[in-house]
Design a protein around this ligand. Sequence first.
Ligand code: NAP
Length: 236
Amino acid sequence: MLVCNLSRREPCADLGENSARPVRHFPCDLARPERIAAAAGEVLAALAAEAPAGRVLLVNNGGVGGFGSFPAPSAGRQLEIVDVNVRAVVDLTARLLPCLRRRGGAIINVASVVAYLPTPFCATYGASKAFLLNWSHALGEELRGSGVRVLALSPGTTRTGFFEGTGATRPEAIAVQGMAPDDVVAGALRALAAGRASFVPGIGNRLAAAAAAWLPRSAAARLARGAMERRVPPPS
Ligand SMILES: NC(=O)c1ccc[n+]([C@@H]2O[C@H](COP(=O)([O-])OP(=O)(O)OC[C@H]3O[C@@H](n4cnc5c(N)ncnc54)[C@H](OP(=O)(O)O)[C@@H]3O)[C@@H](O)[C@H]2O)c1
């Protein structure tokens, strides 16, 4: 098995039982299309040279958030959300899909439970994840029978550094309420093995997603406003 990581910083990878497996880091700013093209080529070359056979799992995990009254925290951040959460995922998947089709495998797109409803005060982030959720379902259907499966993973709050630098108030206090990342990953891998198209980790998050799907969008937006307002600084 070969693990290829595309991000700006080298990860401190703890692969547990797979720790003997080689991890290759390809420095890549996903907001820069020319870097994505180059990094995708480097990954395909590494796969061909170092792991020429076997299935391929593509995990589109990189993502950024932004909280505040639009366009806060900044117009630049809003565009970065679109570039990293949407554009880069489409670009990278298009570049790697021929290899996945040839060898078989799967794609996990990391969306969010906020994909299920309009999210005031993180409108662009929520919409970027709604894109991923719908796009994953559609792509999975297109690829049915091709040997490539697609899973939309929609976590709720998870204990990572995600909220830092997003404009959210007290980011560390938000994260601490979340699920453990290992539990999210374990659930996602079980869902993929079970052939699921979509997975929301955690019973509370599943209930929230199901309720949001039943509500009229305007009512869901109003409810989400109440939850999100607590996470953003008061208007100046
Ligand atoms: N934590 C939560 O509560 C939560 C909830 C729902 C969904 N999610 C989603 O889960 C995914 C992982 O986030 P996380 O919780 O693990 O947060 P995180 O610790 O902030 O990780 C974000 C990841 O995205 C990468 N990334 C961000 N901007 C990038 C860029 N321009 N180019 C390349 N890589 C970039 C980061 O790597 P570098 O900084 O090294 O580039 C890092 O690996 C995201 O898609 C997020 O939207 C998180």
